[in-house]
Design a protein around this ligand. Structure first.
Ligand code: AMP
Ligand code: MG
Length: 302
């Protein structure tokens, strides 16, 4: 999933759980990556506009959740923006902006209703050329799966970090909460603006500070606004979401990046999620996050 995975799983079953979780992540990555023609996601794109293909239960599950999340986030999270993501990745590789015609063609393929899922686990993309991209929610889904796996195998204290996407099971073995640092979007990696102490929860941060690309002296985000087809360019530097569901936290963090601070904060409040937005003009909090967040006063352990 393009990141380093860190796990801490305590107890006799710990080592075994960590190995199973690593296998689970590798399995999900293999079926969802856009970088291998053998993945289910690439298979769906290859058959778009034509026949349906049978997919794994996890793929059906994440697609159904993604359709819900599209509605919940007012269209800001749209996994059918795959063609746009691809177009902007090519632009970065070639150091050349897409043309108007290329942008219009890719935008025309952004349509969540094009995902057709039937009861036999068969999925079809309605529009020829349509591509999915699970980059905004795959890690959240995987983190939830790993926490389920730890729990079902008898672990009681565990933490998984999929590069900015943290989920914890229970409290730490000594009974204290897990401390999760919030990355400073303007600082070096591992430099924190503060932390949250959590149990049985997920903490996800999304930001344009990572995986940006530069073109003609301008910096472009890897997050695309599905409405305009353009990389997001607003007042938000990063979004941190605390929620029981890592999938929802992951989706909401990306969606807030798209929506901008005002609409993002209002969405977070509507979804009763704990969110902090670090903006160019300061920090914004939902009421729950204002209580949870501890600004940095001393160095934070990771
Ligand atoms: P995240 O790091 O969770 O914010 O997800 C960003 C990744 O999701 C990008 O690298 C793209 O692969 C993909 N993506 C970008 N914009 C969107 C969007 N508006 N909706 C869904 N996926 C997106
Ligand atoms: Mg996300």
């Amino acid at each position: 999933m393009g990141t380093v995975v860190r796990q801490k799983v305590y107890g006799i079953v710990g080592q075994h759980c960590a190995e199973l979780a690593a296998q689970e992540i590798a399995r999900l990555e293999a079926i969802w990556t856009v970088f291998s023609p053998d993945s289910e996601i690439c298979g769906l794109a290859a058959n778009a506009g034509q026949q349906a293909a049978e997919v794994a239960p996890d793929t059906v599950e994440i697609l159904l959740r993604a359709i819900e999340l599209h509605a919940l986030t007012r269209g800001a999270l749209d996994i059918t923006a795959g063609s746009l993501v691809h177009l902007w990745r090519l632009a970065a590789e070639r150091s050349m902006l897409p043309t108007r015609a290329e942008l219009a063609a890719a935008r025309a393929l952004v349509d969540i209703t094009g995902i057709e899922v039937n009861e036999l686990r068969r999925v079809r993309l309605r529009l020829r050329g349509q591509q999915l991209n699970l980059g905004a929610i795959g890690k959240g889904y995987a983190a939830d799966r790993c926490i389920d796996l730890y729990r079902s195998r008898g672990a009681r204290h565990a933490m998984i970090d999929l590069g900015g996407n943290v989920a914890v099971l229970g409290v730490k073995p000594d009974g204290s909460a897990w401390r999760v640092g919030v990355q400073d979007p303007s600082g070096k990696r591992g430099q924190y603006v503060g932390h949250v102490d959590v149990a049985d929860c997920s903490v996800v941060t999304s930001g344009s500070y990572e995986r940006v690309f530069e073109l003609g002296g301008r910096r472009y985000s890897h997050i695309i606004d599905p409405r305009s087809g353009l990389p997001v360019d607003n007042d938000i530097l990063s979004v941190t979401v605390v929620h029981a569901s890592s999938l929802l936290a992951d989706a909401l963090a990306t969606a807030c990046m798209v929506l901008g601070s005002q609409a993002g904060l209002s969405l977070a409040n509507d979804l009763v999620a704990d969110v902090m937005l670090i903006c160019t003009h300061g920090r914004l909090f939902t009421p729950g996050m204002a209580r949870l967040f501890r600004p940095r006063t001393c160095p934070v352990a990771g």
